[in-house]
Write a protein that binds this ligand. Sequence first.
Ligand SMILES: [Zn+2]
Length: 444
Amino acid sequence: MPNSAAALDLLLLPTWLVPVEPAGVVLKEHALGIRDGRIVFIGPRAAALKLNATEVRELPDMLLCPGLINAHGHAAMTLFRGLADDLPLMTWLENHIWPAEAKWVDEAFVRDGTDLAIAEQIKGGITCFSDLYFFPKVASERVHNSGIRAQIAIPILDFPIPGASTADEAIRQGVELFGDLKHHERIKVTFGPHAPYTVGDETLEKIRVIAEELDASIHMHVHETAYEVQQSVEQRGERPLARLGRLGLLGPRFQAVHMTQISDEDLVLLVESNTNVIHCPESNLKLASGFCPVERLWQAGVNVAVGTDGAASNNDLDLLGETRTAALLAKAVAGSATALDAHRALRMATLNGARALGIEADVGSLEVGKAADIVAFDLSGLAQQPVYDPVSQLIYATGRDCVKHLWVAGKQLLDDRRLTRLDEKQLCATAKAWGQRISGHTES
Ligand SMILES: [Zn+2]
């Protein structure tokens, strides 16, 4: 706690303060103080009001909690939102998404699609997102300009992709971007081998060596469908997760996205290696990919985070909605109403996400010393009354339209639902123009 003479840049006085760590706590009559982008004070309101602050904001009927962390997505795919729906994964990918990407994805597409995704996410209470898409350098520039925080994963596949004609070229670009952004306050670069069925052993081994050397994370789709596992068993005689374990990729720096198929042996591998799992329930539901057994993983001690996946398969970047779906689905899959309760669901969408991305020392909870990545939800509306438990209300009864204010590293990016750095009208017009071009219609 700073002494009372020390100035705060901003003092926030919400009705409820939910720090996430310690777990299950809701503080009333408490305040949070920010200086130089960091949380420097959390304490009783009466003590806070004696502190000297440049700006004081009363936040009546508002719940203040750590900003949401969207641990998996493909940001620029917002421009393909709704392009091909209601199809199985491989048909969707091979007949629709991959051809559309080959035709349309360039640096301008990634610039405009990423901006759209960033704006949607800020308005939805997300302060940090993970991105795995083409032209990652362009995406990182958009993150830098917008003020949001992100993990930029370098896409690596064993065939040509927009921006890199070989896996080696993609890796080289990744190493360069990693070096360029090593000291960036809000951007973390990781390596993103797409999936076990698109990346061979030789490339995976190269990625393992480089990630170890740089102490970088690896972000990968793993066990998205039963078909993926079955194909691997038929062709290679082993399950994809076992193969990644054999190649030495699993560990606390590894982020396994989806994991809808988990055998007893898989669970042992995840637990023993301390591998992170990123759960994308709505994408899995929409593509009928299967169900990640979140409660079973949680009880076994696996860190489970949550992600929206790309807007082409979800179709929104609404992490609050995703978290509600995760909480409901976890109960159905576990056959238990006590599975993934509201407080743990919020933890999954904040601190667990930070841990999966390797940034939990800096963000994910409201604690003195951490960066001020904060969201204020307005619980004053009709649909939120009465409020017995504000966290239950947030998870089960609140939509992202209730996101009122948002700060990243102490900078306000959303003020009374308005974006402070991005032009919403312009973003909509640009996205609409892309839609018209992609669907074959041009404005006369
Ligand atoms: Zn994905």
